[in-house]
Design a protein around this ligand. Structure first.
Ligand SMILES: NC(=O)c1ccc[n+]([C@@H]2O[C@H](COP(=O)([O-])OP(=O)(O)OC[C@H]3O[C@@H](n4cnc5c(N)ncnc54)[C@H](O)[C@@H]3O)[C@@H](O)[C@H]2O)c1
Ligand SMILES: [Zn+2]
Ligand SMILES: [Zn+2]
Length: 381
């Protein structure tokens, strides 16, 4: 089969690989029909995630058709069209029993603090991902769901991570009626978080980025008020000015480890790897909210620590909520919103790229060329 493989930082290509076999009775093999590249994949692509091995296939956002099932699989049959959540999880451990699928304790032999995702380095278990013609899906009775007949395939694909994460980000903001919500980052996660914030009762939604084309999308797709942080001496002061000098009620970090906006943070995080990511956006979030507010962190950070303004968060009495998203937990509500037309997730997709050209897709998404917001990968085209 053809599969994307990692060759080192900023180097990916498509190679021939064996079609993965069934390794466990509850495995399924899925023929991938659509995959996506995520902002999280960029952290791998840039060589920032430990133990990303040459030859690894990325891709935790994919949908497809069941090609083969192991002997104990009961919920799927060959030919079913399925959407597969980004997390791999057992469904029955202490954490899974509490809906914390992203924190499953049974699927990652390499780290107890980290759950598991498809195609996300050996730090999350070393499972090959779905930017390929075929992928092995462990716990096939637990993760995948049939794609509802009425659902657009690209909408289903967005549910496997980006949309679920934006929605989860808004949920963890504990938004109450009328709240002012600031979303840092106008990538897919930030756009979906902004849109979801309205659904949860926000009275005002503000999106911050430095890419004007993405801020345009935040206005048209998410009806947000937008600010380009490069146009202000201090974006935090600006946020205070527009919120009665108190600060917002909720902030959502949808940027993560590779935040721009501070040369020092950038150099220490990405050049010298002295911290597990630059917390510029997270620190801005902490500073931009009022006292006793909530900060929701969807942006990903690597081990072990980052220079976060923890004392300020403590003294302000902030609530910090964060996690890798348990994707499938969000699906029932997302399905309702999509069916009702409140969410049209495919509207942020900007590029549809054949698998053979995935290297260009990574380059374009990474360098933010050609107004790229969300690139979708099409195997077998
Ligand atoms: N928690 C989860 O389960 C989960 C799931 C998916 C993605 N993520 C993480 O969410 C983050 C965003 O993902 P994405 O796909 O939207 O990525 P993306 O790279 O497309 O978007 C990030 C955006 O942040 C902007 N940005 C950079 N510095 C900023 C700053 N200081 N302030 C405001 N904006 C800034 C960038 O210009 C870009 O538009 C990534 O860190 C990703 O790893 C987490
Ligand atoms: Zn993702
Ligand atoms: Zn589990």
């Amino acid at each position: 089969m053809r599969a994307m493989v990692y060759r080192g930082p900023y180097k990916v290509r498509v190679e021939e690989k064996d079609i993965p076999p069934i390794e466990h009775p509850n495995d399924a093999i899925i023929r991938v029909t659509l995959a996506a590249i995520c902002g999280s994949d960029l952290h791998l692509y840039h060589g920032l995630m430990p133990d990303t091995r040459v030859g690894h296939t990325f891709g935790h956002e994919f949908i497809g058709v069941v090609e083969e099932v192991g002997p104990s699989v009961r919920n799927l049959k060959v030919g079913d069209r399925v959407m597969v959540p980004a997390n791999i999880y057992c469904g029955s451990c202490f954490y899974c029993a509490r809906g914390l699928y992203s924190n499953c304790h049974n699927v990652n032999p390499n780290a107890t603090a980290v759950g598991s995702l498809y195609g996300y380095s050996h730090t999350t278990g070393g499972y090959d991902g779905g930017q390929a013609e075929f992928v092995r899906v462990p716990f096939a009775d637990v993760g995948p769901s049939l794609i509802p007949e009425w659902m657009d395939e690209e909408d289903a694909l967005m549910c496997t991570d980006a949309l679920a994460t934006g929605y989860f980000g808004a949920q963890l903001g504990d938004i109450v009626e009328g709240d002012t919500v600031i979303v840092f980052g106008a990538g897919p996660v930030g756009l979906y978080a902004a849109k979801s914030a309205w659904l949860m009762g926000a009275g005002r939604v503000i999106v911050i980025d430095h890419l004007d084309y993405r801020l345009d999308k935040a206005r048209t797709f998410a009806h947000a008020e937008t600010y380009n942080f490069t146009e202000y001496d201090d974006i935090v002061v600006q946020m205070k000015k527009i919120t009665d000098h108190l600060g917002a009620d909720v902030a959502i970090d949808a940027v993560g480890a590779e935040a721009d906006g501070s040369f020092l943070q950038h150099v220490t995080a990405t050049k010298f790897k002295l911290q597990g990511g630059s917390p510029v956006a997270l620190n801005w979030a902490i500073d931009s909210v009022r006292k006793a507010a909530t900060v929701s962190v969807m942006g990903a950070y690597g081990p072990v620590f980052s220079a976060v303004k923890f004392g300020d968060a403590m003294n302000k009495g902030l609530t910090l909520n964060m996690n890798q998203t348990p994707m499938k937990r969000q699906w029932p509500r997302l399905f309702e919103h999509i069916k009702a037309g409140y969410l049209k997730p495919h509207e942020i997709i900007t590029h549809r790229i054949p698998l053979e050209h995935i290297a260009e897709g990574y380059h374009m998404f990474s360098a933010k060329l050609d107004n790229c917001i969300k690139p979708v990968i099409i195997p077998g085209s």
